[in-house]
Design a protein around this ligand. Structure first.
Ligand SMILES: NC(=O)c1ccc[n+]([C@@H]2O[C@H](COP(=O)([O-])OP(=O)(O)OC[C@H]3O[C@@H](n4cnc5c(N)ncnc54)[C@H](OP(=O)(O)O)[C@@H]3O)[C@@H](O)[C@H]2O)c1
Length: 241
């Protein structure tokens, strides 16, 4: 099995890309990373290298840094490649506007855009735009966050959807396997997370069956434009507004 080490630049380190990457490498005792992503297209108040704190202002709203452009951040990401500290660089949570902009200013094109996408939040236009321009789409939260996001954000999990349950029954698979297979068949990379070894095993068993064109269409029709990550809950501001 091929394993790839992917790390992300935290928002408070946009002005400290090289130091942040070196700090991660030191902690992991590695010479280089396979892939390093800009985690969220926003710079926030620097809280010290290696911290993932999100400083809030007195008003309870995320302390956003308006002095560092994403272009500056990206050029520092490119330096990491020339320094041999990372093999590939990418972006995460970039929409069509920001991805297009990144393509315009980049000398090294982003290899990946890691975005939230699952049956309730399909983002077909963004997926197609990235794929058309040679950017691999990685689906984060590919199961819709399931119980974790239901607990944190009160969101509805697509794993409980009766339509998906019917499809799962038809293929004699679990709903999670159907959702992951759907993600693979739309040419996205799926990165489900689980704390349970038996589910880890289950989530790998998605390469010995194929969803029919009709069932891909059934899942396509389930789109709700439903983002589970609600930044206002933690940061007092909806960043995707
Ligand atoms: N770039 C970004 O901004 C960003 C944002 C969010 C997430 N991510 C990344 O995306 C990956 C996945 O994200 P995620 O954990 O938020 O979402 P997820 O993989 O869609 O959902 C995880 C949830 O699904 C449950 N689960 C896993 N396998 C299951 C199965 N076979 N059947 C039923 N439930 C199952 C897990 O519970 P149990 O643990 O109980 O199995 C957990 O509650 C992570 O690597 C994360 O770092 C990236």
């Amino acid at each position: 099995m091929l394993s790839v080490l992917v790390l992300q630049l935290w928002s408070s380190d946009h002005g400290h890309v090289i130091e942040a990457c070196k700090d991660s490498l030191k902690k992991l005792q590695l010479d280089y990373l396979d892939l390093f992503l800009v985690h969220i297209p926003i710079a926030t108040k620097h809280t010290g290298i290696g911290t993932t704190d999100s400083a809030l202002g007195d008003d309870g709203v995320l302390d956003i840094d308006t002095t560092i452009s994403l272009e500056t951040t990206w050029h520092d990401m490119e330096k990491l490649v020339s320094m041999g500290l990372v093999r590939s660089i990418g972006i995460s949570n970039y929409d069509v506007f920001l991805t297009r902009d990144c393509l315009a200013y980049s000398k090294i094109k982003p290899a990946v855009n890691q975005i939230e996408t699952h049956p309730y939040f399909q983002r077909d236009s963004l997926v197609k735009f990235c794929q058309k321009h040679g950017i691999c789409v990685t689906a984060h939260t590919p199961l819709g966050g399931a119980t974790a996001n239901a607990e944190w954000f009160g969101t509805v999990s697509c794993l409980d959807d009766p339509v998906l349950k019917d499809v799962a029954e038809k293929y004699k698979q679990t709903v999670a396997q159907i959702v992951l297979r759907w993600g693979i068949q739309r040419n996205t990379v799926v990165i489900p997370k689980t704390s349970k070894p038996e589910r880890l095993e289950e989530n790998f068993q998605v390469f010995d069956f194929q969803l029919s064109k009709e069932d891909m269409e059934v899942i396509k029709s389930m789109e709700r434009n439903y983002r589970t990550h609600q930044t206002a809950k933690f940061w007092g501001i909806e960043l995707y507004a």
